[in-house]
Design a protein around this ligand. Structure first.
Ligand SMILES: [Zn+2]
Length: 125
């Protein structure tokens, strides 16, 4: 007799199943939420499947869904008028390598991240 929990893990979403993700700013914190839902096969209905939430920079697959849905805003990093390096590290937990890349190429922030960082910058300055 298979364990029902195991069965859910092995269910196969149809090709239209998608990870939905969004971000928001709440009490000065950057928060994200994601869940699997599908209008085609009803996956994730009535209860959202595998909903997860967190703070700061979302995991890669969540962030990818955000970028697809909302696009990105290129933030200039470092230098005059650029977002502070320390701010970027503290708020989004970027590694040193990612920071260096961001200084060179700019940082592809989601619109909510951009608003969050800009808000922090104006508050800090
Ligand atoms: Zn589906």
């Amino acid at each position: 007799m298979p364990d029902p929990t195991t069965l859910t893990l092995y269910c196969e979403p149809c090709p239209r199943c998608a990870l939905h993700a969004w971000q928001r700013i709440e009490r000065g914190r950057l928060l994200w939420t994601s869940e699997w839902r599908c209008d085609t096969c009803g996956f994730g209905a009535p209860e959202p499947w595998n909903r997860s939430e967190g703070q700061g920079r979302p995991p890669e697959e969540v962030r990818a869904a955000l970028v697809v849905a909302e696009g990105t805003v290129l933030l200039r990093v470092g230098g005059a008028g650029g977002a502070g390096l320390r701010l970027l590290r503290d708020a989004l937990g970027l590694t040193m390598q990612e920071l260096l890349t961001a200084v060179r190429d700019g940082y592809d922030a989601t619109p909510v991240e951009a608003r969050f960082l800009t808000g922090l910058l104006s508050g800090a300055g």
